[in-house]
Write a protein that binds this ligand. Structure first.
Ligand code: ATP
Ligand code: MG
Length: 411
């Protein structure tokens, strides 16, 4: 049993983070880093470019946490107030830091840029603070002790923030001792509630492993976390014992990668005929490095005329069954297989919305099909969400179909 990790907080500063203009990626990036350095992040706070708000937030965070990382507000303009706020929180004056000023002068000379009086602001730091040069920009990284907390202030520009976090902060704050080791097992074709329910004995059997569940489109992920990394392999084996047939990959392994790997191993080729997905299936497959060994090409067959002329779908089938039908999906897949000369071909056809639905064929009705030497498989889906979500889920379902078939065929 290990002691709980020390507590850190992240403070992000900037009007643009509170107006919907900028997504606060610094906070989430720092969360992941802090965890890797052995800290538990208990809170994020975001404040506007306002001295009182920043000083107040720094004091409050320092009263709760042992480490505070604040990003933003270190620029040369009047709205960059973080160092002034830190000085106020520390109750010390701002003093010019000669070395920082010299670095700023040298940087401007090197880049052929003209210094303006406000650049001098960036060299003024709270008296007694520790200053670290920024190799990636002008504003330095500053550290001060505020109460019992160590406060680091870094620029908001993500590239500079990341550089300083890794180069300056990490070596000074990284904790000894055990880390949370994590693993994600990715499934498709299994509902979240069933996934969790059938794992209850496994969960009970491994009290030192924390289980979490997350849905990503059609995928459901099992997330494992433990301070004993040697448990991850046996727990994964136990989870596979229950849900092995639905697990296509772990951590960053995508469904398309699992498909490409299995087809590559078996020496089989794949094509696509896409209506509602408009190329998403092909695009996801081509995202995988090495897809050329598997993927021969695709047809975006949006209009009925393209379905009939390029894929040889029977016009009578379309008028009898409708373009969104199991029969047309299957015929598209067979047609693509023939026309493109692949071992297997995927097809999608559906109603992505927001218009075009009818009582019998509502928005979200999608058919995906896979044709191969042994015939055609078709799957009917009733998807929900907006147009983009329905199209993305349709592409995922098609890839899931290819993966399932590859597993069943021993690819
Ligand atoms: P400087 O970069 O001049 O030192 P600064 O530290 O205040 O000043 P800003 O000028 O506020 O940085 O922001 C610079 C860029 O970084 C802007 O594009 C801004 O949107 C982006 N940025 C700032 N904070 C964050 C954040 N928390 N997450 C993502 N991007 C951010
Ligand atoms: Mg700013």
């Amino acid at each position: 049993v290990s002691a709980a990790p020390p507590v850190a907080e992240v403070l992000t500063i900037g009007d643009e983070l509170l107006s919907g203009e900028t997504v606060d990626t610094n906070a989430s990036w720092l969360d992941a880093r802090l965890e890797a350095w052995g800290w538990a992040v208990h809170r994020h706070v975001t404040v506007p470019d306002d001295v009182d708000a920043i000083a107040g937030a720094l004091r409050e965070a320092a009263a709760r946490a042992r480490l505070v990382i604040a990003s933003g507000g270190l620029g040369p303009t009047d709205d960059d107030l973080t160092l002034e706020a830190l000085a106020r929180a520390l109750d010390v004056p701002l003093v010019e830091h000669a070395e920082t000023w010299a670095r700023i002068e040298a940087r401007f000379a090197r880049l052929g840029r003209v210094l303006t009086p406000n650049n001098r602001r960036q060299a003024r730091v709270p008296r007694g603070a520790e200053v670290f040069a920024n190799e990636a920009g002008t504003a330095p990284c500053v550290r001060a002790e505020l109460g019992a907390a160590s406060v680091f202030v870094v620029p908001g520009v993500p590239r500079e923030m990341r550089h300083l976090a890794d180069a300056v902060i990490a070596p000074r704050v990284t904790q000894p001792g055990p880390r949370l080791a994590r693993r994600t097992l990715r499934t498709i074709g299994l509902g979240e509630s069933r996934l969790e329910h059938e794992l209850r004995d496994v969960v009970a059997g491994w009290p030192e492993v924390r289980f979490g569940y997350r849905t990503l489109g059609l995928e459901n992920h099992v997330k494992l976390a433990t301070v004993r990394p040697e448990l991850l392999d046996p727990v994964e084996a136990a989870v596979r014992g229950v849900h092995g047939a639905a697990i296509f990959g772990r951590d960053d392994e995508t469904l398309e990668r699992a498909v490409v790997e299995r087809f590559t191993r078996a020496g089989r080729t794949l094509a696509a005929a896409e209506s509602c997905t408009g190329g998403l299936v092909a695009s996801r497959i081509v995202d995988v490095a090495g897809a050329s060994r598997v993927f021969v090409g695709g047809v975006v067959a949006y209009a009925d005329t393209v379905k009939t002329r390029l894929l040889g779908v029977d016009a009578a089938t379309i008028s009898r069954e409708g373009a969104v039908s199991a029969a047309v999906a299957g015929a598209m897949a067979e047609g693509a297989r023939r026309a493109l000369g692949a071992d297997h071909a995927l097809a999608t056809t559906g109603i992505a919305g927001p218009d075009g639905g009818t009582p019998t064929k509502p928005v979200g009705l999608v058919y995906v099909a896979l044709a191969g030497p042994d015939g055609v498989r078709v799957e009917e889906l009733r998807l929900s969400g907006d147009r983009a979500q329905i199209r993305a889920a349709s592409a995922a379902a098609a890839l899931g179909l290819a993966w399932r078939m590859a597993v069943d065929s021993g690819y």
